[in-house]
Write a protein that binds this ligand. Structure first.
Ligand SMILES: *Cc1c(COP(=O)(O)O)cnc(C)c1O
Length: 382
């Protein structure tokens, strides 16, 4: 089955009791048993819920995996993965991972003896140097946020597999439509389904997909034992969002390309970060592992000043100033004060994350209106 068919059909069957074509919302906490232990496979809704099971199967198919697991948020999914490890273990991460992922590892799991090591993974030798006998997992985020650097998933997996190290890819920025890390050798792929997968900015949700039966068993045990499961209504909404994933992400990518080109030619803009440009330092890797170049664009201003950035951030009308990404509506954000505020200024600026850097999550609106909106806002600083 091709991707555009999977989003509609994979794991989805008419409801056995009524024939309802859409997966019902099984809003229940428990299931009646005929006799002790005699039931239809459902005992208690933390453990199993039919709406969730359909979504888990669908998500597994989208990432070309065998097993899918759903969580109450993207961070709950990461929390489950980190619980696979023990005190003394080391996890190597992309240096500019999502702030919440950084916080989970350094503020919570560090207390339990897990060590996070942060390296620039666009540089393979940096990665090899960071590996020790305690390294148990490599955590990749690509494209990175907000600089949109690309990590070569296949190369990292090659390095890891020689030393029995697991690789997990946080695939949130791509969605399964653009990139399938399991096909490139990753052991686990995770998403904040809050973003592209749901795509309508009305749910917090996370998932994990794997082909590894042992990992699936351990994660399924943790999912039930720790209990960070999503409710059936949220699973329904995510299932509904997925049906248009391919259409939404394709349009976002097309819009982002036009916007990146417009910004590159604008006199008030000094630099545009977009992996689809041929002169992007990792363009060839992006071309190899992604089917399109994504819906995210970051750019910096000639003036290099926060005051000018602020004018643009509050000057757009269609691009709403908000955290998050991957929804049908376009968003504009200021990484230095929003998502990356906890990182010291000197550290930020080393990677180009200046006070005037602006990040766009390009939605699926008509691109002419989006361009006009940006053009008007940029006039405020030109
Ligand atoms: C948003 C996000 C998360 C966290 O997901 P939540 O659903 O907000 O818990 C993790 N990774 C990335 C890349 C994200 O953008």
């Amino acid at each position: 089955m091709k991707f555009g068919t999977k989003v509609i059909h994979a794991g989805i069957k008419p409801d056995p009791s009524t024939g309802a074509i859409m997966t019902p919302i099984y809003q229940t906490s428990t299931y009646v048993q005929e006799a002790p232990g005699k039931h239809k496979g459902y005992e208690y809704a933390r453990t199993q819920n039919p709406t969730r099971s359909v979504l888990e199967e669908n998500l597994a198919a989208l990432e070309n995996g065998k097993y899918g697991l759903c969580y109450a948020s993207g961070l709950a999914a990461m929390d489950a993965i980190l619980k696979l490890f023990a005190p003394g273990d080391e996890i190597i991460c992309t240096n500019d991972i999502y702030g919440g992922s950084y916080r989970l590892l350094t503020k919570i799991f560090s207390v339990f003896g897990l060590k996070g090591v942060f390296v620039d993974m666009t540089n393979a030798s940096d990665l090899s140097e960071a590996i020790t006998s305690h390294t148990k997992m490599i955590w990749i985020e690509t494209p990175t946020n907000p600089m949109l650097s690309i990590v070569d998933i296949e190369s990292v997996c090659e390095i890891a597999s020689k030393q029995d190290i697991l690789v997990c890819v946080d695939n949130t920025f791509c969605s399964p439509f653009l990139q399938n890390p399991l096909d490139l050798g990753a052991d686990l792929v995770t998403h904040s389904a809050t973003k592209y997968i749901n795509g309508h900015s009305d749910v917090i949700h996370g998932c994990i997909i794997t082909n590894n039966e042992v990992l699936d068993e351990k994660l399924r045990f943790l999912q039930n034992a720790a209990g960070a499961v999503p409710g059936p209504m949220d699973c329904f909404l995510v299932l509904r969002g997925i049906k248009t994933l391919h259409l939404r992400v394709e349009r976002s990518c097309q819009n982002a390309q036009k916007i990146a080109e417009f910004l590159r030619d604008h006199p008030a803009v000094s630099k545009v970060y977009y992996p689809g440009f041929e002169d992007h330092p990792n363009h060839s890797i992006a071309k190899k592992q992604m089917s399109m170049f994504g819906g995210m664009v970051s750019f910096d201003l000639v003036s290099n000043s926060y005051e000018m950035a602020e004018k643009i951030l509050s000057g757009t009308k269609l691009f709403s100033l908000a955290e998050s990404l991957g929804g049908v509506e376009s968003l504009i954000g200021h990484p230095a004060s929003m998502t990356h505020a906890s990182i010291p200024k000197e550290e930020r600026e080393k990677v180009g994350l200046t006070d005037s850097l602006i990040r766009l999550s390009v939605g699926v609106e008509d691109v002419d209106d989006l361009l006009q909106d940006l053009d008007k806002a940029l006039k405020l600083v030109s």
